[in-house]
Write a protein that binds this ligand. Structure first.
Ligand SMILES: Cc1ncc(COP(=O)(O)O)c(C=O)c1O
Length: 461
């Protein structure tokens, strides 16, 4: 069978990346099929008149992306096509299940009451421009001051014209990545990080590299090594209570990361999805290094999931690019919701609900420590989740299966891994969503499973 071969004429510099991209495109288009063997390094180098090292680097790049696999003695094979990623949370919640798999803030009567009052207050004030205009400037200009004020609470001084008002942190992530990187460029991030980033990078054609982490997040040495090896263009971080590992990056570490980013000219995308919920965090990257930091935040986790409004602040030299990308992907944040967010920022409701959420989360944090005595887990008093380190005797999927058998849904660490070969060795347990007694019961079940001996769960019976 004749196999598809890269075209020497279309190789550009750096040659290894361009070669890897050609092969990746051939896999995507089906010209190269799963299971097909690629030529040996030497054969392809001879064919294309390039060095064997260049072919090896290109193959390494494809292995890193999970597109091909190398087997000693058998050569390099195209992998089975990667399906759509599985979300960490369960898609449907059967009634009898305690669902600790999805990240949600604690809900109280106060949220419904405040929302009802706000909608009644807003109704007579809905202006024609809010209802009928398509012009972002006309609709959203009045809301920029509230955005400036809220960002100040987050420790970020932003010019009104440098704020994109967006429908939550998710579109802000897309905007920031599209602005900071072009397809084929490399984005570095925590090796265990936010689950949508893996798919997003793939959809945008951006290479994702997972960096080693410790209790404070990304390790400077790993970041610097990656800058050298992969020419990293941007670094994506959740620095204050990471999802899922709960790490908080201290000031000294932030400054080290900034030094390396400056040296290698890397942009920093700082995802503060919880907004000002986390108290006493070190200064934001956007405050320490505004010339290279993108800052994004949202109301969905710190105020209420229904308030799908967030803000993106970009380095000044790319403000126009960020605005353009916002226009073509979203056009404009939902006008009525933007008005509601501004109203809640200016009348103090948003801040009142953040303070309420902090108190509610602290109670859940204490409950987790009570129920999981003797268990190795990471937590934070203002976190919506905990990160449970599994003993080596437990495999993640087995632990998740045991929890499901006992009526509890949790998220496997594997859903958050950003580098294919890495094992997370942990479980994310959300403690925000649901009634307190339900969370307590779920945590007690988790503790009791951990106290028993691991054994495969016979789910198929
Ligand atoms: C780290 C992180 N970023 C972003 C998001 C999405 O936030 P939003 O609901 O505002 O789009 C989440 C949701 O769980 C998250 O955990």
């Amino acid at each position: 069978m004749t196999i598809w071969l890269p075209d020497r004429e279309h190789l550009t510099r750096p040659v290894y990346l361009s070669l890897a991209q050609q092969i990746a495109r051939a896999i995507e288009s089906g010209d190269l099929k799963p299971g097909q063997r690629l030529p040996t390094h030497r054969a392809l180098a001879d064919q294309l008149h390039i060095s064997v090292q260049t072919v090896s680097r290109a193959y390494d790049e494809l292995i890193r992306k999970g597109l091909v696999a190398g087997q000693v003695g058998r050569g390099t094979y195209v992998c089975e096509v990667m399906g759509e990623p599985e979300p960490p949370f369960i898609r449907e919640r059967p009634d009898e299940l305690i669902d600790l798999s999805m990240l949600r803030p604690v809900a109280g009567d106060i949220h419904r009451e405040r929302m009802q009052t706000a909608l009644i207050d807003l109704a007579p004030r809905i202006a024609g421009r809010l209802l009928h205009s398509f012009r972002p400037d006309v609709v959203l200009r009045p809301h920029k001051q509230a955005a400036v004020d809220w960002l100040k609470r987050c420790g970020v001084q932003a010019r009104a014209d440098n704020i994109q008002i967006v429908n939550g942190a998710t579109p802000a992530m897309t905007l920031a990545i599209m602005t900071a990187l072009r397809p084929g460029e490399t984005l570095a991030t925590e090796v265990i990080g936010h689950h949508t980033l893996v798919a997003l990078a793939r959809y945008l054609g951006v290479n994702l590299v997972g960096l080693p982490i410790d209790n404070e997040g990304v390790l400077p040495d790993g970041f610097e090594a990656s800058c050298r090896e992969h020419r990293v263009k941007a670094l994506f971080l959740v620095p204050s209570v990471a999802n899922p590992t709960v790490s908080v990056m201290g000031l000294a570490r932030r400054l080290e990361i900034i030094d390396i980013a400056r040296k290698h000219d890397v942009a920093i995308i700082e995802n503060e999805a919880w907004g000002p919920l986390v108290k006493d965090t070190p200064p934001a990257f956007a405050a320490l290094s505004p010339e290279r930091a993108y800052y994004l935040t949202s109301f969905t986790k710190c105020v209420a999931p229904a308030l799908r409004i967030g803000y993106l602040v970009s380095p000044e030299h790319v403000v126009a690019s960020a605005a353009n990308r916002h226009l073509v992907t979203n056009w404009i944040a939902t006008p009525i919701m933007s008005a509601l967010a501004s109203q809640w920022v200016s009348d103090g409701t948003a801040w009142e609900l953040v303070r309420w959420q902090r108190r509610a989360l602290r109670a859940r944090f204490e409950m987790a420590h009570e129920c999981l005595r003797g268990v190795d887990f990471r937590s934070h008093p203002e976190s919506l989740h905990i990160w449970l380190k599994l003993p080596a005797s437990w495999r993640e999927e087995e632990f998740v299966a045991h929890c499901r058998l006992r009526g509890v849904a949790v998220a496997p660490g594997a859903s958050f891994v950003t580098t294919p070969a890495h094992t997370a060795g942990g479980i994310r347990v959300c403690i925000g969503a649901g009634e307190a007694r339900e969370i307590r019961r779920g945590l007690e079940i988790i503790a009791s499973i951990l106290s028993g001996a691991p054994e495969p769960a016979l789910l198929t019976i």
